[in-house]
Design a protein around this ligand. Structure first.
Ligand SMILES: Nc1nc2c(ncn2[C@@H]2O[C@H](COP(=O)(O)OP(=O)(O)O)[C@@H](O)[C@H]2O)c(=O)[nH]1
Ligand SMILES: [Mg+2]
Length: 366
């Protein structure tokens, strides 16, 4: 299972430009992992990972397999989408399948590129889109309420409890409060999660600015930053045009020189992935050997058998124990055998909670 992030925004804000650039840059950075297009709008991106490269070097791994993230270019959102305008329902269904949302906002002036409402105003644009997401959620919650109302009215205790939760949720949504802004407890989530609400998904605002504002931002991105802070959301500044330029370069050294000239130190792809990882509460772990060095993604606080299950379902079923070396030890002692000799390889059982960057070896029995 890969983590999937949808890129949304009004038409002509630069979504496709960014999507294409991200996916091409990814394949340029990782020769071992050519970018793969799943369909024209979905791309799998290799997560840039200097640690993985160091590990592979130490272990003389023949192949390097980075962990991946999916991006989806979600086109077709216009005012009225929740009522079926534009691509309407298809668009919303595409977002529903995503784990997180990148909301791309146009923060560049360019008279040659038309804007749907004729004026550059990222805050207004953000509101137009978020209103559609809210309306779609309201519709879903109302439908769910209708479906359990009868049972609740007949006195069924559990339905009554669910109804109360949903009614409170509906009030908040009607007050333009996204579901992610609510203080939901475990009981709430059990009933709310299956509704796959769009406004429950973590959101990252990305300001698409003109090239020479890419390092500092501009008058539009300042406003978006304030909006993000008020909503307790994250915000990044990128220039889709710069990302497009980088994606045409042959290697990462050239890309870095180009970026440095513009006052930047890494491609937007890296920034987006880093923030995305934090937003989604993800960590990376590794399996390393002479055959391959492989990075895997897992949710923070996962236990060793869950990590084993990422590698192979048999590893989870037949899990006996895991041998763990921390990344720092692996690097400092210079590999698996040296770490083991130094007493740095730990044997851990089913309840072990993975640390970020752990190198693991699963012992299992099927
Ligand atoms: N000047 C300028 N044009 C851009 C920028 N990003 C995208 N564009 C242009 O805006 C137009 C629409 O971009 P596109 O990526 O197709 O937008 P989408 O409708 O959101 O997918 C294209 O002609 C792009 O070349 C930018 O940062 N600056
Ligand atoms: Mg497009």
């Amino acid at each position: 299972m890969g983590f999937k992030t949808g890129i949304i925004g009004l038409p002509n804000v630069g979504k496709s430009t960014l999507f294409n650039a991200l996916t091409k840059t990814s394949s340029a950075q990782t020769a071992n992992f050519p970018f793969c297009t799943i369909d024209p709008n979905t791309g799998e991106v290799a997560v840039p990972d200097p640690k993985l490269e160091k590990l592979a070097k130490i272990a003389s791994s023949k192949i390097i397999v980075p962990t991946k993230m999916k991006f989806v270019d979600i086109a077709g959102l216009v005012k009225g989408a929740s009522k079926g305008e534009g691509l309407g329902n298809k668009f919303l269904a595409n977002i529903r399948e995503c784990d997180a949302i990148i909301h791309l906002l146009r923060c560049f002036d360019d008279d040659n590129i038309s804007h749907v409402s004729g004026k550059i105003d990222p805050l207004n644009d953000a509101e137009v889109i978020e209103t559609e997401l809210l309306l779609s959620d309201i519709h879903n919650v109302e439908k769910k309420i209708l479906s359990i109302q009868k049972k609740a009215n007949s006195g069924d205790i559990s339905s009554k409890k669910d109804l109360k939760i949903l009614e409170n949720l509906l009030i908040s949504l009607n007050n333009e409060k996204p579901a992610r802004a609510l203080d939901l407890d475990q009981d709430d989530l059990i009933i709310i999660k299956p509704l796959q609400l769009l406004t429950l998904k973590p959101i990252l605002y990305v300001c698409n600015v003109e090239e020479n504002s890419a390092s500092e931002g501009n008058k539009y991105s300042i406003k978006v930053k304030e909006l993000a802070e008020a909503k307790n959301a994250k915000c990044l500044i990128i220039s889709a045009v710069i990302e497009e330029e980088i994606s045409k370069l042959d290697n990462s050294e050239e890309a870095l020189m180009f970026l440095n000239d513009l006052g930047l130190d890494e491609p937007g792809l890296n920034k987006i992935i880093k923030v995305g990882y934090r937003m989604l509460n993800l960590i990376t772990f590794y399996t390393v050997g002479p055959k391959e060095a492989h990075a895997w993604t897992i949710t923070k606080d996962s236990c060793a058998p869950q990590a084993a299950g990422k590698i192979h379902s048999d590893f989870e079923k037949g899990f006996i124990r895991a041998e763990i070396i921390s990344y720092d030890d692996y690097i400092n002692f210079g590999g698996e055998i040296a770490s083991k000799d130094a007493g740095k390889m730990r044997i851990e059982g089913k309840t072990y909670i993975l640390n970020d960057s752990d190198i693991i070896n699963i012992l299992f029995n099927v």
